[in-house]
Design a protein around this ligand. Structure first.
Ligand code: F0G
Length: 430
């Protein structure tokens, strides 16, 4: 049977070639459902493809084509290629967080500098399958950068709805650079998402926010690739930042399916970490997931400044499948964890540092045990938000103390002054 779309609530199914983002019967979110009964899917199949120079399998998304979109013709795939990101073993950061074994999966190493490329290759490929010529999204900046790039690469028109405040400068620049139609709108992310859905429906534009289930199929491969890099050993915990909750939802689906297929024999636990000022999932978790209470979001981690996440039901499902937890961290904790990841030579954007800050907090709260192995996902590159870095290290962030400050030294054009700096002060090691 070919793949199809299925409502996660009422089970209604739709063909893959229908432009649809929610169940027309009950409004529920849609999943892409594949039929694997005719396919042989093994660890060996994916291991054989490692290191290949051939498209599409050289991509860290399409290496797992059977799990992402088995029936799609290879010549319709739009791939830069993405994925194949590093998994760093970081003993010093592990010690800081309070665990013996910590890896950081660096999704900022994707072509446009964030994990969104993995979803976008799936989404833009589906736009081509459907014959759509225009694609659009609302974004806190990374989805829009990825959309702009992949649309240009595929010869489609990219359209992006951005907040007019608080989008990191690297992301703003990318949208313009890749030639998308960029519209700054005086509204927050949550409102922009509602606007893009309404306007795209009316104008026949394809929506590529994570409400689009093809995006999530690509993002599943973060989990598959991580576990393959661990030689198919399953870690105890996956720690991931949560905003619109597409990524954590995709992780849950990936892990569930991998176990179903026998690629793994147990599931790691997922910990979703939100910023305190944008924590509707955390608050819902405190109330036993009775319902989602949208909130006005505020955090320095602008990527996750989201108060009404569309993928809430899928994220709750991912937490249920994996016996997962939700944690919350302050902006101070985010920026300090980021400074340490940066100073380790790895670097990430503020939202990504929720993974390390959240791991430390979950250890403090006795949820993660010292002996358990943890993979933290770094979702975006250090180069996305240079303003936040400079403001932190020059102590210009309101209500944040730069605990791990790397102060800029000043010297005149003077050998003596420069030497006195180098002789008088030791180089800081956070
Ligand atoms: N980290 C970064 C760097 C992000 O850009 C995002 C989301 C997240 C984490 C959260 O992922 O939404 O799947 O829970 N950024 C979106 C955007 C919303 O528009 O770029 P999520």
């Amino acid at each position: 049977m070919p793949s199809q779309l299925q409502c996660m609530d009422c089970g209604a199914t739709y063909p893959m070639n229908q432009v649809i983002y929610a169940c027309t019967a009950c409004g529920g979110l849609l999943d892409v459902k594949h039929d694997w009964s005719e396919l042989t899917i093994t660890r060996e199949l994916f291991d054989q493809r490692l290191g290949t120079l051939d498209a599409p399998y050289r991509s860290g998304v399409w290496r797992y084509k059977e799990l992402v979109y088995p029936d799609v013709p290879d010549d319709l795939i739009v791939s830069r290629p993405e994925g194949n990101t590093n998994l760093y073993h970081v003993p010093k950061l592990a010690a800081w967080a309070g665990v013996d074994t910590l890896y950081l999966k660096h999704e900022g190493e994707n072509p446009t500098g964030s994990f969104k490329d993995r979803g976008m290759t799936g989404g833009v490929t589906q736009a081509r399958v459907l014959g759509m010529t225009r694609v659009a999204c609302a974004s806190t900046g990374n989805t829009s950068a990825a959309l702009a790039s992949y649309a240009a690469f595929a010869g489609l028109e990219g359209i992006i709805f951005m907040q007019n405040r608080q989008i990191a400068v690297g992301k703003l620049a990318q949208g313009l650079a890749y030639g998308a139609t960029c519209i700054q709108i005086n509204a927050d992310f949550d409102r922009n998402l509602a606007l893009v859905r309404q306007i795209s429906d009316e104008l026949g534009i394809y929506v590529l926010n994570s409400v689009n289930p093809f995006r999530l199929e690509g993002q599943k491969t973060i989990m598959i690739e991580t576990i393959q890099q661990l030689k198919w050993h399953v870690p105890d915990w996956i720690v991931v930042p949560g905003g619109n909750l597409g990524n954590s939802s995709a992780f849950g689906k990936a892990l569930y399916e991998m176990r179903q297929l026998g690629l793994i024999d147990r599931l790691p636990r997922i910990a979703i970490v939100q910023a305190e000022g944008a924590s509707p999932l955390y608050r819902a978790a405190q109330r036993g997931f009775d319902h989602l209470e949208p909130m006005k979001a505020e955090t320095i981690a602008t990527a996750i400044k989201i108060g009404n996440p569309v993928n809430y039901p899928k994220a709750v499902r991912a937490l249920t499948w994996t016996n997962g937890v939700v944690e919350m961290v302050t902006d101070q904790e985010i920026m300090d964890a980021k400074a340490l990841i940066d100073a380790a030579g790895i670097g990430c954007e503020p939202a990504s540092a929720c993974s390390l800050a959240g791991t430390r907090k979950l250890v403090e709260h006795g949820v993660i045990q010292r002996g358990e192995s943890v993979v933290g996902v770094l979702t975006g590159s250090v180069m996305k938000d240079p303003d936040a870095i400079i403001a932190y290290h020059s102590n210009q962030l309101e209500d944040i103390t730069p605990t791990y400050q790397n102060r800029m030294r000043q010297a005149g054009d003077s050998v003596e002054q420069i030497k006195s700096i180098l002789l008088g002060e030791s180089v800081p090691t956070p």
